[in-house]
Design a protein around this ligand. Sequence first.
Ligand SMILES: *[C@@H]1O[C@H](CO)[C@@H](O)[C@H](O)[C@H]1NC(C)=O
Ligand SMILES: *[C@@H]1O[C@H](CO)[C@@H](O)[C@H](O)[C@H]1NC(C)=O
Ligand SMILES: *[C@@H]1O[C@H](CO)[C@@H](O)[C@H](O)[C@H]1NC(C)=O
Ligand SMILES: *[C@@H]1O[C@H](CO)[C@@H](O)[C@H](O)[C@H]1NC(C)=O
Length: 335
Amino acid sequence: MSSNEVVLLVIFSVPLLVNGISPKRHWTLLPNVLVLDVDGQQGQYSLPCLESKAEMTSRSILDQNIIWKKNGADTPTRGNTFPVQLEESFGGGNYTCNSEDGTLLNNTLVLLRQEKAKTDQGDLKCTAQNYNGSFHCSWKYPKRRVWTVALVKAQRGQSWTCFSGEGNIHCDLDSGGDGITCRETCPQPEESRLLHVTVYVHTEYYLLETYYLAFYLTEIVKPDKVNIQKVNETMVEWRYPGSWSIPHSYYPLISQVAVGKDCRECGNPCTDLTSGKIVENRAPGMFQFEIRKTKYLCVRIRDPFSPPQWSDWSRHRVKRQPGKNKNKVGGRIRF
Ligand SMILES: *[C@@H]1O[C@H](CO)[C@@H](O)[C@H](O)[C@H]1NC(C)=O
Ligand SMILES: *[C@@H]1O[C@H](CO)[C@@H](O)[C@H](O)[C@H]1NC(C)=O
Ligand SMILES: *[C@@H]1O[C@H](CO)[C@@H](O)[C@H](O)[C@H]1NC(C)=O
Ligand SMILES: *[C@@H]1O[C@H](CO)[C@@H](O)[C@H](O)[C@H]1NC(C)=O
């Protein structure tokens, strides 16, 4: 090979690299939402306005009469394709094409997924208050960005049927935008397929991030915390939370109680000191616990059988009637 040929090859390969389609992959997240997988290198993606020539012909639209806007602002670009310039994390946006008379032809939200941005399991947390098929997931956004949820997917590994029809999962976005409340139309008593939740969010710069978690509903059940009430001087009681599954005889709970002399907050080290005691139901749906010298009481509940987690702790401060103890100790009554 002569040295001339080598030089020619180099010259041709440079523009090829720059103009080549740099996104490793492009895929459709939703109709009109396109995701480009990018690795930070310079490149270009040719975004079509109308997918087919046939459509242009049938609507008598000429290539040179198509004009483009990006994020609502006019661009000088004309023609059926917009060359989306990709560099580092720039290039995403809301691309709109119109015909010259102002008719909207198409609108595509282009999101960029950076290669290093991996699916982050740690940020998505899901819990259920009971076994009825409802659950809640939440996540924490990294700071200093404005986030928008693009799509939430919640599904079983395989579809299933029940007497009321095809089972599916419906989710609503919480008003804060950092959580979803979901409901499975026919919860399975014996779950054989994992439930998968994927949340796609993007920043104000159109960078896509994904949160993902797979679980069985029974694994994420965590009862609500209880409300401890005084019965009399020596007894307190608490009942199953109102959100717990009924009948209570079929969905029993056990309690763990830890007592302390000085307990500002339940949990370590407070509840460790007394190594929580398990308390059985006094009556269906109800627990009682005798308090004698107890000052502080920490209580939590859980399903005794499957993996479910403990509820959060509830703390109760025992308030004795003033004067009573002094009576015993000092033997003097003060009015
Ligand atoms: C609009 O753009 C999207 C995304 O590029 C494309 O899939 C779709 O087919 C286009 N719509 C029409 C009517 O061509
Ligand atoms: C994209 O821009 C169009 C026109 O400005 C607007 O109607 C549409 O709501 C925008 N879409 C998104 C997802 O921002
Ligand atoms: C407190 O209530 C419990 C349960 O109702 C009862 O057994 C106990 O006798 C009561 N104690 C006092 C001092 O009234
Ligand atoms: C399931 O339990 C949750 C939590 O208490 C409740 O908000 C929801 O309405 C219940 N759903 C059904 C279908 O019973």
